[in-house]
Design a protein around this ligand. Structure first.
Ligand code: ASP
Length: 447
């Protein structure tokens, strides 16, 4: 048994579904469960419609709804199913327009329609193209708490239901489910948070004890560096979960690490694959350490970062400085990415500028703060870093005359991160890539 998850772009049109059908057909002997996202940008469009409706723009909301209906009809040809769902949706939207208030529960009711429809449409497409496919409503097998829009799965309960429902169906069918959607114990529709279909795939895989979970996207997998900076970056064939997680925190948008946790916990490998280039082997994420002759597995970066240098001589030899600083960030619900400290000063980075004005005002009540905008974080990631002497030396040597503003190495020593000015980013990444990837371990990288 394997789980194959296809994201929004992989099922955005009839043509895309044809590709998916081919990919699934070539893996029938492995008994696939297919998990799909909503088609294209449907979730965004549904949320926009909900907001228009409660914001007093009922007619505009209904117009958008009609356009979304036409899109689904055009790509699927399933008149009855599409009409039934959009009938229900339009009642909901009208109700919201009357109420003028959007609760998390109604957000879920509306946004669930993307996956409810896409899963039926993909099942139907499969059936018409020679696959014996059966639809399974994810809301019947994935149970969550009541935290609408961000619901947490009740894993043991869900695993029981998944293990009972899916394996018998797989004997003679391809099972198709919508990602992202689930239900509370009493059957109220919930969702697992944006991008939640990867999470669904991982929960399903863990529940049925799948041998592998395949996340089909539109990139070849994880790379040694951002390909917009390093056009000849190499594909990483295999990487550990902790490394992949570290990369994801620092900019690699391929996959959110927490979403594959249930799979990793049960030692199920997760593969990242490209549905436009299915012949490429992708990246395999394993729960265990991956030995490699290269110390560094990948270079991640994040642009448009702001660095705050917080300084207070009053805090010399006193306690509570950190607490006061982080209380401010807590108050404005802003997360901090990197931090470096000395006795009387703290440098930290933020990438959400929205509430910076208020944060600065509060920080300045007890310290002096200087601000550097347009900075970039660069991280070299690899589990071997902690066992290899001289990595920092090679890194700084490669950077040559590029000015490093801040450095941080976590206690896990899985990554070594630093900050440079935005305009130095490309040169810095290029220098590091040349330093750490001029020779490649063929077991780990695609040369
Ligand atoms: N359709 C949902 C979203 O756009 C879930 C997913 O695609 O993973 O967030």
């Amino acid at each position: 048994m394997i789980v194959m998850k296809f994201g929004g772009t992989s099922v955005e049109s009839a043509q895309a579904m044809e590709r998916v059908t081919g990919i699934v057909k070539s893996r029938l002997d492995r008994k696939p469960v297919v998990v799909v996202s909503a088609m294209g940008k449907t979730t965004n469009r549904l949320l926009k419609i909900a907001n228009l409706a409660v914001g007093g723009q009922r007619d505009e909301a209904l117009r958008e709804l009609l356009a979304l209906r036409d899109f689904h009809l055009r790509e699927s040809g399933m008149e009855r199913t599409v009409d039934e769902h959009f009938q229900e949706l339009s009642e909901l939207v009208k109700g919201l327009a009357v109420l003028g208030e959007l609760t998390p529960r109604s957000v879920d009711a509306i946004s669930s329609f993307g996956e409810r429809l896409s899963s039926l449409i993909v099942t139907n497409y499969f059936q018409h193209h020679g696959l014996s496919a059966v639809h399974l409503d994810a809301r019947k097998v994935i149970v969550t708490d009541r935290r609408h829009t961000q619901a947490a799965p009740l894993l043991e309960e869900s695993y029981k239901k998944l293990a009972a429902a899916i394996p018998p169906l797989l004997e003679s069918h391809v099972v198709v489910m919508g990602g992202f959607i689930a239900a509370t114990e009493d059957g109220i529709t919930t969702t697992l948070g944006r991008g939640g279909s990867d999470f669904t795939a991982s929960i399903v895989g863990a529940g049925i004890g799948a041998e592998e979970i395949q996340i089909w996207t539109d990139v070849d997998g994880m790379l040694t560096a951002d390909p917009t900076i390093i056009p000849n970056a190499h594909r990483v064939k295999v990487i550990s979960f902790t490394e992949a997680a570290e990369l994801a925190y620092f900019g690699a948008k391929v996959l959110h690490p927490s979403t594959v946790h249930p799979a990793i916990e049960r030692n199920i490998p997760v593969l990242i694959l490209n549905s436009r280039r299915p012949q490429v082997d992708g990246t395999r994420i394993l729960s265990k350490t991956v030995a490699s002759k290269n110390v560094v597995k990948s270079i991640a970066c994040k642009v448009n970062v702001t660095v705050l240098n917080i300084h207070s001589t009053r805090m010399f030899m006193a306690h509570g400085f950190m607490r006061r600083i982080f209380e401010v960030f807590d108050r404005y619900e802003t997360s901090v990415d990197m931090i470096a400290t000395s006795e009387v000063s703290v440098s930290l980075t933020v990438d959400q500028p929205e509430r910076l004005g208020a944060i600065l005002r509060d920080l300045r009540e007890f310290s002096e703060v200087s601000v550097d905008e347009n900075q970039a974080i660069i991280c070299i990631v690899g589990e071997n870093i902690r066992y290899t002497p001289g990595v920092a030396a090679s890194m700084f040597k490669a950077l040559g005359k590029i000015n490093v503003r801040m450095v941080s190495q976590g206690a896990s020593a899985l990554n070594l991160g630093f900050v440079v000015a935005g305009q130095d980013l490309a040169a810095a990444v290029a220098a590091l890539h040349a330093e750490f990837f001029s020779e490649l371990d063929p077991a780990v990288f695609d040369a």
